[in-house]
Design a protein around this ligand. Structure first.
Ligand code: ZN
Length: 437
């Protein structure tokens, strides 16, 4: 595959096999520049963003006079804070935006519900770096299987592919047979979506009598939203598909991505990433596991110190690919009880809301399991006897409305649900390089 120089893909100066010359700047220098930029952002954005002004007041920081070294005193704003903040007043963006919402390019409604702004620009979420590192180049025909429906996912990836000069098949999720048919007939060379859905497509293709490679042109994939186990990576490689991961959220866009070395996920050169104590929000020493806290210099949506709720740690040492940005060890778990399934966050209160058709105080527990790399959800309901069909159906459909995900419901004797206050039990194992999103 010919190397497309940056100039032709994004109007920037070429940097060989790197997308961006910022990827090869010494990280200490880059980090210091981002920290200075973040302080400048805070010192100007608070005037237009009431939510940011409140946060500064609560941290005891003087609005307009925050020094880079004092930024870590600003408590992280967390994903779970967003629905609360946005649900409270008249402003659907909870005072987080610095401009009127009519100036946005897109207005999204993500599960939560969380209103996410879509900004103007070529690649507003900074995803092109991740695609470039995964080997995507101009001329690729890329099938996007993330949802374009209300959520930003589809467009986040789509816009970056277009900015790289790729052709996009905007497939969205589901319709597996049609996905296979399009992939074959259109000569799709690249996939982007979740790992689990790529596996479903590969399985469906074999049911339909086709084989990877041979009947398809697919050679690469960028996955996000769920993990990528070593086994999945190897089995997909055997089918001729080189898979790389990106770590991205709807709120801040691209955070980290794998290069061809596959040792970990490089921090995006435009992201100030801290690994912090999940309780205090203070940065931890190098190598310790903590919550990923991200700041991007976004003047319209200044989510300074955004706590992702995902756990990771920085890896020591340089990467052979030439990028100087530090490596994250993938996602090592969740910082709180909120869990993430197929890229969607599930909060304990959402589980209780979905179970609203049950008599009050009925014990419920959502069990998240991973079987052969696929995540599944089972809602245990503690009760004597069997669950009425009508009630079960109401729970399933309400759960789907709230989270967009399918859940199975099963009645168990109340004693089978431990009274430990946990509403969500994540039985998936997150280990080292096993995950990352
Ligand atoms: Zn690398």
């Amino acid at each position: 595959v010919a190397v497309v120089r940056k100039k032709s893909v994004a109007g920037r100066r070429p940097a060989g096999e790197l997308f961006d010359s910022n990827e090869s700047v010494a990280w200490g220098r880059r980090n210091a520049a981002l920290l200075t930029g973040a302080a400048e952002l805070v010192n100007s954005a608070w005037r237009r963003s009431p939510a940011l002004k409140d946060r500064l007041e609560r941290a005891g920081l003087a609005a307009g006079k925050v020094k880079p070294g004092a930024l870590a005193r600003l408590a992280p704003i967390r994903k779970r804070d967003l629905p609360v903040l946005q649900g409270a007043g008249d402003d659907p963006f909870g005072g987080l935006l610095t401009r009127g919402r009519e100036t946005l390019q897109y207005l999204f409604v993500s599960p939560g519900p969380i209103h996410d702004p879509g900004l103007r620009g070529r690649d507003p979420w900074g995803m092109a770096h991740a695609f470039f590192a995964a080997g995507f180049r101009k001329g690729e025909i890329a099938q996007v299987t993330f949802s374009y429906h209300f959520s930003p996912a589809g467009l986040m990836f789509d816009r970056a592919l277009v900015s790289l000069g790729c052709a996009v098949v905007p497939a969205g999720p589901g319709n597996t047979e049609q996905q296979v048919a399009a992939m074959r007939r259109l000569g799709v060379t690249a996939y982007t979506g979740t790992t689990s859905f790529l596996k479903i497509i590969v399985e469906k293709a074999s049911e339909m009598g086709y084989r990877f490679p041979g009947d398809f042109s697919l050679t690469r994939a960028l996955v996000a939203g769920d993990g990528l186990s070593k086994e999945d990576r190897e089995s997909l490689a055997q089918r001729g598909i080189a898979v790389r991961q990106a770590y991205v959220t709807a709120d801040v866009g691209a955070i980290a991505y794998e290069c061809a070395q596959g040792r970990g996920l490089h921090v995006h050169p435009d992201a100030l990433v801290e690994v912090c104590d999940p309780v205090t929000g203070e940065p931890l020493p190098m190598g310790e596991v903590g919550e990923i806290v991200v700041t991007k210099l976004n003047a319209v949506y200044p989510l300074v110190r955004f706590g992702t709720g995902d756990l990771s740690r920085f890896l020591e040492g340089n990467c052979a690919c030439g990028r100087k940005t530090p490596l994250l060890a993938g996602i090592l778990g969740r910082a709180d009880q909120v869990t993430k399934v197929r890229g969607v966050f599930i909060h304990p209160h959402q589980v209780k809301e979905a179970a609203g058709a049950l008599p009050p105080d009925t014990p419920v527990r959502l069990v998240v399991q991973r079987n052969r790399g696929l995540d599944s959800l089972l809602l245990l309901v503690g009760m004597r006897g069997t669950l009425e069909k009508g009630i079960e159906e109401r729970i399933v459909s309400r759960f789907r409305e709230i989270t967009g995900l399918r859940v199975a419901v099963s009645a168990v004797v109340p004693a089978e649900i431990p009274s430990d206050g946990k509403v969500i039990e994540d039985r998936r194992s997150f280990t080292g390089a096993d995950s990352g999103e």
